[in-house]
Design a protein around this ligand. Sequence first.
Ligand code: ASP
Length: 354
Amino acid sequence: MSQGEPVRVCIIPTGGTIASIYDSESQAYRPGLSVDTLLSYLPEGMGKIEVIKRELFQLDSANAQPHHWQEVASCIKATYEEIPDLAGFVVLHGTDTMVYTASAVSFMIQDFGKPIVFTGSQIPASMPWSDGPRNLRDALRVAAWADLGETCIVFNGEIHRATRVKKLRDRDHDAFDSADPTPLGMLARDIVLYEGRTKRHNLIPRFDTRLDDRVFLLKVFPGIPPSVISRIVDMGYHGIVIEGYGSGNIPTQENALTGPIKQAVSEGCSMLMSTQCAFGQADLSFYEVGKAALDVGALSAHDMTSEAAVVKLMWILGHTRERDVVKEMILTNYVSEVTLSDSKTIRGTSPMNP
Ligand code: ASP
Protein backbone atom coordinates (compact mmCIF):
# COMPACT_ATOMS: atom_id res chain seq x y z
CA MET A 1 0.00 0.00 0.00
CA SER A 2 1.49 3.34 -1.02
CA GLN A 3 2.09 5.90 1.74
CA GLY A 4 0.75 8.56 -0.66
CA GLU A 5 -2.80 7.19 -0.69
CA PRO A 6 -5.26 8.43 1.94
CA VAL A 7 -6.34 5.55 4.16
CA ARG A 8 -8.75 4.99 7.02
CA VAL A 9 -7.65 3.52 10.34
CA CYS A 10 -9.84 2.81 13.34
CA ILE A 11 -8.48 3.69 16.79
CA ILE A 12 -9.97 1.89 19.78
CA PRO A 13 -8.83 3.40 23.08
CA THR A 14 -9.05 1.26 26.20
CA GLY A 15 -6.99 3.36 28.64
CA GLY A 16 -3.52 2.62 30.01
CA THR A 17 -0.62 4.90 30.78
CA ILE A 18 -0.70 6.49 27.33
CA ALA A 19 -4.07 8.04 28.20
CA SER A 20 -3.30 8.69 31.86
CA ILE A 21 -3.58 11.92 33.79
CA TYR A 22 -2.64 12.78 37.36
CA ASP A 23 -5.60 12.55 39.70
CA SER A 24 -5.10 14.98 42.55
CA GLU A 25 -7.60 13.17 44.73
CA SER A 26 -5.96 9.72 44.56
CA GLN A 27 -2.53 11.34 44.00
CA ALA A 28 -1.75 8.79 41.31
CA TYR A 29 -2.14 8.35 37.57
CA ARG A 30 -5.30 6.99 35.99
CA PRO A 31 -6.56 6.91 32.38
CA GLY A 32 -8.57 9.93 31.25
CA LEU A 33 -7.28 11.46 27.99
CA SER A 34 -9.49 11.27 24.90
CA VAL A 35 -8.31 10.04 21.52
CA ASP A 36 -8.57 13.59 20.18
CA THR A 37 -6.15 14.83 22.82
CA LEU A 38 -3.75 11.97 22.05
CA LEU A 39 -3.94 12.75 18.33
CA SER A 40 -3.21 16.41 19.03
CA TYR A 41 0.30 15.36 20.12
CA LEU A 42 1.07 13.96 16.65
CA PRO A 43 2.68 15.89 13.79
CA GLU A 44 0.38 17.39 11.17
CA GLY A 45 1.84 15.13 8.48
CA MET A 46 -0.28 12.18 9.65
CA GLY A 47 -3.14 13.89 7.77
CA LYS A 48 -3.16 11.22 5.05
CA ILE A 49 -4.70 8.92 7.64
CA GLU A 50 -8.38 9.43 8.31
CA VAL A 51 -9.01 8.27 11.85
CA ILE A 52 -12.26 6.56 12.84
CA LYS A 53 -12.69 6.52 16.64
CA ARG A 54 -14.47 3.95 18.76
CA GLU A 55 -14.16 5.04 22.41
CA LEU A 56 -14.33 1.78 24.37
CA PHE A 57 -12.92 1.99 27.92
CA GLN A 58 -10.77 4.15 30.16
CA LEU A 59 -9.19 1.32 32.13
CA ASP A 60 -5.87 0.78 33.76
CA SER A 61 -5.13 -2.55 32.11
CA ALA A 62 -4.56 -4.07 35.54
CA ASN A 63 -8.36 -3.95 35.69
CA ALA A 64 -8.86 -5.71 32.35
CA GLN A 65 -10.85 -8.93 32.57
CA PRO A 66 -11.41 -11.62 29.93
CA HIS A 67 -14.79 -10.07 29.06
CA HIS A 68 -12.93 -6.89 28.09
CA TRP A 69 -10.93 -8.96 25.56
CA GLN A 70 -14.23 -10.11 24.07
CA GLU A 71 -15.47 -6.52 23.93
CA VAL A 72 -12.34 -5.37 22.07
CA ALA A 73 -12.72 -8.21 19.55
CA SER A 74 -16.44 -7.49 19.14
CA CYS A 75 -15.73 -3.80 18.57
CA ILE A 76 -13.22 -4.68 15.83
CA LYS A 77 -15.74 -7.05 14.24
CA ALA A 78 -18.57 -4.51 14.31
CA THR A 79 -16.38 -1.75 12.89
CA TYR A 80 -14.97 -4.04 10.22
CA GLU A 81 -18.49 -5.01 9.15
CA GLU A 82 -19.55 -1.39 9.08
CA ILE A 83 -16.45 -0.08 7.25
CA PRO A 84 -14.82 -3.01 5.40
CA ASP A 85 -12.29 -0.86 3.55
CA LEU A 86 -10.42 0.19 6.72
CA ALA A 87 -6.67 -0.27 6.30
CA GLY A 88 -6.20 -1.47 9.86
CA PHE A 89 -6.92 -1.02 13.56
CA VAL A 90 -5.01 0.54 16.45
CA VAL A 91 -5.92 -0.51 19.98
CA LEU A 92 -4.56 1.77 22.70
CA HIS A 93 -3.99 -0.29 25.80
CA GLY A 94 -2.07 -0.35 29.07
CA THR A 95 1.17 -2.26 28.91
CA ASP A 96 0.55 -4.37 32.03
CA THR A 97 -1.86 -6.78 30.37
CA MET A 98 -1.53 -5.77 26.73
CA VAL A 99 -0.01 -9.14 25.85
CA TYR A 100 -3.08 -10.98 27.18
CA THR A 101 -5.59 -8.81 25.33
CA ALA A 102 -3.59 -8.85 22.11
CA SER A 103 -3.21 -12.65 22.32
CA ALA A 104 -6.93 -13.05 22.97
CA VAL A 105 -7.76 -10.89 19.94
CA SER A 106 -5.36 -13.03 17.86
CA PHE A 107 -7.29 -16.18 18.72
CA MET A 108 -10.72 -14.55 18.47
CA ILE A 109 -10.10 -12.92 15.09
CA GLN A 110 -8.27 -15.19 12.67
CA ASP A 111 -7.42 -14.65 9.02
CA PHE A 112 -8.12 -10.95 9.43
CA GLY A 113 -5.68 -9.98 6.68
CA LYS A 114 -5.09 -6.46 8.02
CA PRO A 115 -2.98 -5.19 10.90
CA ILE A 116 -4.58 -5.06 14.33
CA VAL A 117 -1.97 -3.03 16.19
CA PHE A 118 -1.81 -2.73 19.97
CA THR A 119 0.23 0.05 21.48
CA GLY A 120 0.53 2.18 24.60
CA SER A 121 3.32 3.87 26.49
CA GLN A 122 5.45 3.80 29.60
CA ILE A 123 5.04 7.53 30.28
CA PRO A 124 1.70 9.36 30.02
CA ALA A 125 1.31 11.08 26.67
CA SER A 126 0.60 14.36 28.42
CA MET A 127 4.23 14.54 29.60
CA PRO A 128 6.66 16.19 27.16
CA TRP A 129 9.13 13.28 27.29
CA SER A 130 6.48 10.61 26.80
CA ASP A 131 7.00 7.69 24.46
CA GLY A 132 3.24 7.74 23.78
CA PRO A 133 3.12 10.05 20.73
CA ARG A 134 5.91 8.10 19.03
CA ASN A 135 4.25 4.76 19.71
CA LEU A 136 0.86 6.03 18.52
CA ARG A 137 2.43 7.46 15.39
CA ASP A 138 4.26 4.18 14.70
CA ALA A 139 1.11 2.14 15.33
CA LEU A 140 -0.84 4.31 12.89
CA ARG A 141 1.89 3.88 10.27
CA VAL A 142 1.76 0.10 10.63
CA ALA A 143 -2.04 -0.04 10.64
CA ALA A 144 -2.22 2.23 7.59
CA TRP A 145 0.56 0.95 5.41
CA ALA A 146 2.39 -2.16 6.62
CA ASP A 147 2.02 -5.32 4.58
CA LEU A 148 0.96 -7.18 7.70
CA GLY A 149 -2.18 -9.24 8.16
CA GLU A 150 -2.03 -10.19 11.83
CA THR A 151 -2.33 -8.89 15.38
CA CYS A 152 0.80 -7.27 16.72
CA ILE A 153 2.21 -4.98 19.39
CA VAL A 154 4.09 -1.92 18.15
CA PHE A 155 6.31 -0.42 20.81
CA ASN A 156 9.61 1.45 20.90
CA GLY A 157 10.13 1.07 17.15
CA GLU A 158 9.55 -2.69 17.14
CA ILE A 159 6.70 -4.77 15.76
CA HIS A 160 6.02 -7.92 17.80
CA ARG A 161 3.67 -10.82 17.15
CA ALA A 162 0.94 -10.63 19.81
CA THR A 163 1.28 -14.23 20.93
CA ARG A 164 5.08 -14.20 21.09
CA VAL A 165 5.81 -11.13 23.14
CA LYS A 166 6.33 -10.46 26.85
CA LYS A 167 6.43 -7.32 28.95
CA LEU A 168 9.90 -7.51 30.47
CA ARG A 169 10.55 -3.95 31.67
CA ASP A 170 8.32 -1.67 33.69
CA ARG A 171 10.11 1.64 33.03
CA ASP A 172 12.33 1.59 29.96
CA HIS A 173 10.76 2.68 26.72
CA ASP A 174 11.70 -0.81 25.53
CA ALA A 175 8.97 -2.54 27.56
CA PHE A 176 8.49 -5.59 25.34
CA ASP A 177 10.64 -8.29 23.80
CA SER A 178 9.61 -11.06 21.46
CA ALA A 179 10.23 -14.32 23.29
CA ASP A 180 10.84 -16.22 20.08
CA PRO A 181 11.03 -16.05 17.12
CA THR A 182 12.38 -12.57 16.45
CA PRO A 183 10.02 -9.57 16.09
CA LEU A 184 7.90 -9.20 12.98
CA GLY A 185 9.64 -6.01 12.01
CA MET A 186 10.84 -2.56 12.99
CA LEU A 187 10.15 1.04 12.20
CA ALA A 188 12.87 3.29 10.91
CA ARG A 189 12.73 5.53 7.87
CA ASP A 190 10.73 2.71 6.29
CA ILE A 191 8.64 0.01 7.88
CA VAL A 192 10.92 -3.03 7.77
CA LEU A 193 9.08 -6.36 7.92
CA TYR A 194 10.74 -9.73 8.30
CA GLU A 195 10.06 -13.10 6.69
CA GLY A 196 7.58 -15.33 8.49
CA ARG A 197 4.96 -12.68 9.13
CA THR A 198 1.44 -12.98 7.80
CA LYS A 199 1.03 -10.56 4.91
CA ARG A 200 -2.16 -8.67 4.07
CA HIS A 201 -4.68 -10.93 2.35
CA ASN A 202 -8.34 -11.16 1.41
CA LEU A 203 -9.43 -14.40 3.08
CA ILE A 204 -12.74 -14.18 4.91
CA PRO A 205 -11.96 -13.39 8.57
CA ARG A 206 -13.22 -15.73 11.25
CA PHE A 207 -14.55 -14.20 14.45
CA ASP A 208 -15.12 -16.36 17.51
CA THR A 209 -15.03 -14.79 20.94
CA ARG A 210 -16.05 -17.87 22.92
CA LEU A 211 -13.95 -18.23 26.04
CA ASP A 212 -13.93 -20.13 29.31
CA ASP A 213 -12.21 -17.88 31.83
CA ARG A 214 -11.89 -20.66 34.43
CA VAL A 215 -8.20 -21.18 33.69
CA PHE A 216 -5.62 -20.70 36.44
CA LEU A 217 -1.94 -19.76 36.03
CA LEU A 218 0.20 -21.38 38.71
CA LYS A 219 3.90 -20.69 39.20
CA VAL A 220 5.96 -23.48 40.74
CA PHE A 221 8.31 -22.45 43.57
CA PRO A 222 10.35 -24.42 46.09
CA GLY A 223 7.95 -25.52 48.81
CA ILE A 224 4.75 -25.12 46.78
CA PRO A 225 2.09 -27.18 48.58
CA PRO A 226 0.75 -29.88 46.22
CA SER A 227 -2.75 -29.47 47.68
CA VAL A 228 -3.01 -26.12 45.92
CA ILE A 229 -3.84 -27.97 42.70
CA SER A 230 -6.85 -29.79 44.14
CA ARG A 231 -8.01 -26.53 45.75
CA ILE A 232 -7.94 -24.86 42.34
CA VAL A 233 -9.93 -27.74 40.82
CA ASP A 234 -12.40 -27.56 43.71
CA MET A 235 -12.85 -23.84 43.01
CA GLY A 236 -14.29 -24.84 39.63
CA TYR A 237 -11.37 -24.23 37.31
CA HIS A 238 -11.35 -26.24 34.08
CA GLY A 239 -7.73 -25.71 33.16
CA ILE A 240 -4.43 -24.92 34.88
CA VAL A 241 -1.30 -23.66 33.18
CA ILE A 242 1.60 -24.65 35.40
CA GLU A 243 4.72 -22.55 34.94
CA GLY A 244 7.37 -25.11 35.73
CA TYR A 245 11.06 -24.48 36.23
CA GLY A 246 13.34 -24.37 33.18
CA SER A 247 12.02 -26.72 30.56
CA GLY A 248 8.77 -27.27 32.47
CA ASN A 249 10.07 -29.20 35.46
CA ILE A 250 8.15 -29.84 38.69
CA PRO A 251 8.91 -31.38 42.09
CA THR A 252 8.44 -35.15 41.98
CA GLN A 253 9.83 -36.20 45.39
CA GLU A 254 9.09 -34.16 48.52
CA ASN A 255 5.91 -32.12 47.86
CA ALA A 256 5.49 -33.93 44.52
CA LEU A 257 2.98 -32.32 42.18
CA THR A 258 2.54 -35.46 40.07
CA GLY A 259 -0.25 -37.03 42.18
CA PRO A 260 -2.42 -33.87 42.24
CA ILE A 261 -1.87 -33.34 38.50
CA LYS A 262 -3.01 -36.90 37.79
CA GLN A 263 -6.05 -36.41 40.02
CA ALA A 264 -6.92 -33.09 38.35
CA VAL A 265 -6.70 -34.66 34.89
CA SER A 266 -8.97 -37.51 36.00
CA GLU A 267 -11.50 -34.89 37.15
CA GLY A 268 -11.53 -33.32 33.69
CA CYS A 269 -9.20 -30.40 34.37
CA SER A 270 -6.77 -29.68 31.50
CA MET A 271 -3.19 -29.32 32.75
CA LEU A 272 -0.72 -27.49 30.55
CA MET A 273 2.97 -27.22 31.40
CA SER A 274 4.83 -24.06 30.40
CA THR A 275 8.09 -22.50 31.54
CA GLN A 276 8.69 -19.66 33.93
CA CYS A 277 11.74 -18.64 31.89
CA ALA A 278 11.15 -15.51 29.81
CA PHE A 279 13.12 -17.11 27.01
CA GLY A 280 12.71 -20.84 26.78
CA GLN A 281 10.20 -23.56 26.29
CA ALA A 282 8.63 -26.57 27.90
CA ASP A 283 10.55 -29.65 26.79
CA LEU A 284 9.07 -32.35 28.95
CA SER A 285 10.98 -35.25 27.50
CA PHE A 286 14.46 -34.24 28.69
CA TYR A 287 14.44 -34.54 32.49
CA GLU A 288 12.66 -37.10 34.66
CA VAL A 289 11.10 -34.15 36.53
CA GLY A 290 9.52 -32.96 33.29
CA LYS A 291 8.59 -36.32 31.86
CA ALA A 292 6.81 -37.14 35.12
CA ALA A 293 4.28 -34.39 34.33
CA LEU A 294 3.66 -35.84 30.88
CA ASP A 295 3.31 -39.32 32.33
CA VAL A 296 0.46 -38.21 34.61
CA GLY A 297 -1.47 -36.54 31.79
CA ALA A 298 -0.22 -32.96 31.56
CA LEU A 299 0.17 -31.44 28.11
CA SER A 300 3.15 -29.41 26.96
CA ALA A 301 2.85 -25.75 25.98
CA HIS A 302 6.09 -26.20 24.00
CA ASP A 303 7.39 -22.72 23.15
CA MET A 304 4.21 -20.81 23.91
CA THR A 305 4.60 -18.00 26.39
CA SER A 306 2.62 -18.53 29.58
CA GLU A 307 0.43 -15.58 28.61
CA ALA A 308 -0.37 -17.09 25.21
CA ALA A 309 -0.86 -20.53 26.82
CA VAL A 310 -3.40 -19.17 29.34
CA VAL A 311 -5.35 -17.32 26.67
CA LYS A 312 -5.23 -20.23 24.24
CA LEU A 313 -6.46 -22.66 26.89
CA MET A 314 -9.32 -20.28 27.81
CA TRP A 315 -10.22 -19.99 24.14
CA ILE A 316 -10.03 -23.77 23.57
CA LEU A 317 -12.10 -24.53 26.68
CA GLY A 318 -14.66 -22.03 25.41
CA HIS A 319 -15.21 -24.52 22.57
CA THR A 320 -14.77 -27.93 24.17
CA ARG A 321 -13.68 -29.71 27.34
CA GLU A 322 -13.29 -33.07 25.65
CA ARG A 323 -9.80 -34.23 26.50
CA ASP A 324 -8.79 -35.51 23.06
CA VAL A 325 -10.07 -32.41 21.29
CA VAL A 326 -8.40 -30.10 23.82
CA LYS A 327 -5.15 -31.98 23.22
CA GLU A 328 -5.53 -31.71 19.46
CA MET A 329 -6.27 -27.99 19.69
CA ILE A 330 -3.29 -27.39 21.99
CA LEU A 331 -1.18 -29.10 19.34
CA THR A 332 -2.61 -26.93 16.60
CA ASN A 333 -0.85 -23.77 15.56
CA TYR A 334 -3.63 -21.22 15.00
CA VAL A 335 -1.91 -17.85 14.88
CA SER A 336 1.81 -18.72 14.88
CA GLU A 337 1.68 -18.94 18.67
CA VAL A 338 3.63 -22.21 18.83
CA THR A 339 6.39 -23.95 16.92
CA LEU A 340 5.95 -27.68 16.61
CA SER A 341 7.28 -30.05 14.05
CA ASP A 342 4.16 -32.20 14.39
CA SER A 343 1.63 -29.37 14.75
CA LYS A 344 -1.14 -28.53 12.34
CA THR A 345 -1.12 -24.99 11.09
CA ILE A 346 -4.62 -23.68 10.62
CA ARG A 347 -5.57 -21.53 7.72
CA GLY A 348 -9.18 -21.55 6.62
CA THR A 349 -10.56 -24.40 8.75
CA SER A 350 -10.23 -25.16 12.40
CA PRO A 351 -12.06 -26.99 15.17
CA MET A 352 -13.62 -23.63 16.06
CA ASN A 353 -15.21 -23.43 12.61
CA PRO A 354 -15.18 -26.88 11.04
N1 ASP B 1 -0.74 0.27 34.71
C1 ASP B 1 -0.66 0.71 33.32
C2 ASP B 1 -1.64 -0.12 32.52
O1 ASP B 1 -1.34 -1.23 32.21
C3 ASP B 1 0.74 0.54 32.84
C4 ASP B 1 0.98 1.00 31.41
O2 ASP B 1 0.08 1.26 30.63
O3 ASP B 1 2.17 1.09 31.04
O4 ASP B 1 -2.71 0.33 32.21
